[in-house]
Write a protein that binds this ligand. Structure first.
Ligand code: ARG
Length: 479
């Protein structure tokens, strides 16, 4: 994981932090060790949650005012103070200190400096950092999930556009990376478009499931203060509130889900990139990736490398690691909050940033790539792609049992190989010489384009089926 060292070394002098007052100092008689401060702090990375933290605190303060837990003017002053902290952070004036431990305490401490601790100290009424972090992180995950989903939509659109231009571009379809049957490039690209559509839907369904506000759960058991959780939830745009406080502060399913969703998404992107890498090789020559998205070699002047696709493939390993890391953190935790859960954030931040960057550059690389139709077409004439068509012809038109049809077609393939030809290159006479059942119309079934066009079944590669698939995407993209 790429870590900004600056984030980890906010306090240059390790002793500097140890003298700072702690929120919990009432119970403690000794100051924190500087080592503990450095080890315990999450502000180096959870500062990324500053906007969510302030939005949550404002909603909480307003609710405390509305419920009479704070006086109206107290609530207003706290909200104004939080706005001032927001401006400080936004403008870069805010000083993040390791001694403040995390973003929640840093914001609250600054608030008290600005509006006085008598008032600032009232904000945390009926709240704990446990429900606060659950809220902040959930808001972040919901926001990031939507941003990723939007980028997926753009990628699907780009694939749809390229596919629309290549409904007539013939290429070999593969199984085991061996030539199998002719398909169109459009059809092959649409397979990816539908994978990415599923990814989009996965993010959307996670959003629906997790769009509940955990604030008001307090430490683990709720609060005796007469709060109104629905008010906070509404102000923050949630669909409702989480039903059980203990679950609310212990639940990181939303984080696991976004990690899983990113892993599956990146797995799809990685498979596409693997093909782009293969296709851009001399051996395939199916695609020319634009110079703008290729790299050169420091020693070999002729080289043009598909680094972008390789990096996306490589980064998929890292995001999978992030998923396994958090699953492993969570698996042994008793209820409710445990500090282990502070380890939930960095992997999520990393996976989100990786997904957003990968989706954007993948889209641009695809849009600017050139598909080499002639090379694809030439490769359809290798590997006897229409053998299945010939066997199907024997079954359908000559009432030959499929096993026998398979055998006869195999003989035709061997015959072509002996002549150094592809099956699709045999003429009617040559074909008929293999077996008497291969006379007449049989030769028509060796045609590559006819083979593609014969696959009109729903979801097939024939033009008419491909157009129907494009239409499904058109409808979806409109929605
Ligand atoms: N920095 C903590 C985290 O990220 C915030 C919650 C701390 N709660 C606590 N009871 N220590 O998980």
């Amino acid at each position: 994981m790429r870590r900004d060292l600056k984030f980890y070394k906010i306090t240059e002098n390790l002793n500097e932090g140890a003298s700072v007052k702690k929120m919990w100092e009432g119970r403690f008689s000794e100051a924190s060790s500087a080592l503990l401060e450095e080890f315990n702090a999450s502000i180096g990375f959870d500062r990324a949650l500053w906007q969510e933290d302030i939005a949550g605190s404002k909603a909480h303060a307003r609710m405390l005012g509305a419920c009479g837990i704070l006086k109206a003017d107290e609530s207003e002053k706290i909200v104004a103070g939080l706005d001032a902290v927001f401006e400080e952070i936004k403008s870069g004036k805010f000083e993040f200190k390791t001694a403040d431990e995390d973003i929640h305490m840093a914001v609250e401490k600054r608030l008290s400096e600005l509006i006085g601790s008598d008032l600032g100290g009232r904000l945390h009424t009926a709240r704990s950092r446990n429900d606060q972090v659950a809220l902040d992180f959930r808001l972040y995950v919901l926001k990031s999930g939507s941003a990723i989903a939007e980028k997926i939509r753009e990628l699907v659109e780009a694939l749809r556009d390229i596919a629309s231009e290549h409904t007539g571009t013939l290429m070999p379809g593969y199984t085991h990376l061996q030539h199998a049957q002719p398909v169109s490039l459009a059809y092959h690209l649409l397979a990816y478009a539908f994978m990415f559509r599923r990814d989009y839907e996965r993010f959307a369904s996670s959003r629906e499931r997790n769009n509940l506000c955990p604030l008001g759960s307090a430490a683990l058991a709720g609060t005796p203060h007469p709060i109104n959780r629905g008010l906070v939830a509404r102000e923050l745009g949630f669909a409702g509130v989480t039903p059980n406080a203990m679950d609310s502060v212990s639940d990181r399913d939303f984080a696991l889900e976004i990690l899983f969703n990113v892993s599956v998404l990146m797995t799809h992107a990685s498979r596409l990139c693997e093909e782009l890498i293969l296709w851009s090789s001399q051996e395939f020559g199916f695609i020319t990736i634009s110079d703008a998205y290729s790299t050169g070699s420091s020693i070999m002047p002729q080289k043009k490398n598909p680094d972008v696709a390789e990096l996306i493939r490589g980064k998929t390993g890292r995001v999978n690691g992030n998923l396994v890391a958090l699953l492993t953190v969570m698996k042994g935790l008793p209820l409710a909050y445990n500090k282990d859960m502070q380890e939930d954030k960095e992997g999520v931040f990393d996976s989100v940033a990786t997904a957003l960057a990968s989706l954007e550059i993948l889209k641009q690389m695809l849009k600017t790539a050139k598909f080499n139709e002639q090379n694809m077409l030439a490769m359809t004439r290798r590997g006897h792609l229409t053998a299945t068509d010939l066997a199907d012809f024997l079954v359908r038109e000559k009432n030959v049992p499929f096993r026998r049809a398979h055998f006869i077609t195999g003989k035709a393939v061997a015959y072509a190989e002996n002549l150094g030809l592809d099956l699709s290159e045999l003429n009617a006479q040559q074909l008929a010489s293999v077996d008497e059942s291969l006379g007449g119309d049989a030769v028509k079934f060796l045609d590559l384009n006819a083979s593609k066009e014969a696959r009109k079944s729903q979801g097939g590669t024939a033009n008419e089926s491909v157009m129907a698939q494009i239409e499904i995407l058109n409808e979806w993209l409109k929605g």
